[in-house]
Design a protein. Structure first.
Length: 135
């Protein structure tokens, strides 16, 4: 198994490559477990998978000038937009799959601590299916 260092991760939000504004990006997908335990389960919990959901957590390096990340995110607040995440910025392929779907822009933030880099740490819920593709 190969391990890798994330140095050129690609993240697109609203069909715009925002990688140059992003310090970290994590897509998490979960399945809601449904309890099917019955008297024949011999004292063990049994489960099946239910609804799937996801979250795209992004840490942006903030920029408030016109047409920068702050104004772009503010303009799409409350809307559903497409996203794409890849572990590298290389072409999509078997060794560099992409995950795509839609996210709801549910929040916005501004500010931080004295002397710190201006950042936005936001989490967006997915809306609909998330897909993994190699082409």
């Amino acid at each position: 198994m190969a391990v890798m260092s994330l140095t050129t991760q690609y993240t697109s939000i609203n069909s715009v490559d925002e990688s140059a504004n992003i310090k970290s990006s994590t897509l998490t997908v979960d399945v809601n477990p449904l309890d099917t335990t019955d008297f024949a389960s011999a004292g063990w919990v049994e489960q099946i998978g239910g609804l799937k959901s996801g979250t795209l957590a992004v840490e942006f390096q903030d920029d408030i000038v016109a047409a920068a990340i702050d104004s772009k995110l503010w303009a799409i607040l409350g809307t559903v937009v497409p996203f794409e995440v890849r572990l590298t910025s290389a072409v999509v392929g078997a060794s560099n799959p992409k995950w795509t779907g839609n996210i709801l822009i549910t929040g916005h933030s501004i500010g931080g601590a004295v002397g710190d880099l201006a950042m936005k740490s936001l989490s967006f819920p997915t809306s609909g299916a998330v897909t993994r593709a190699v082409a």
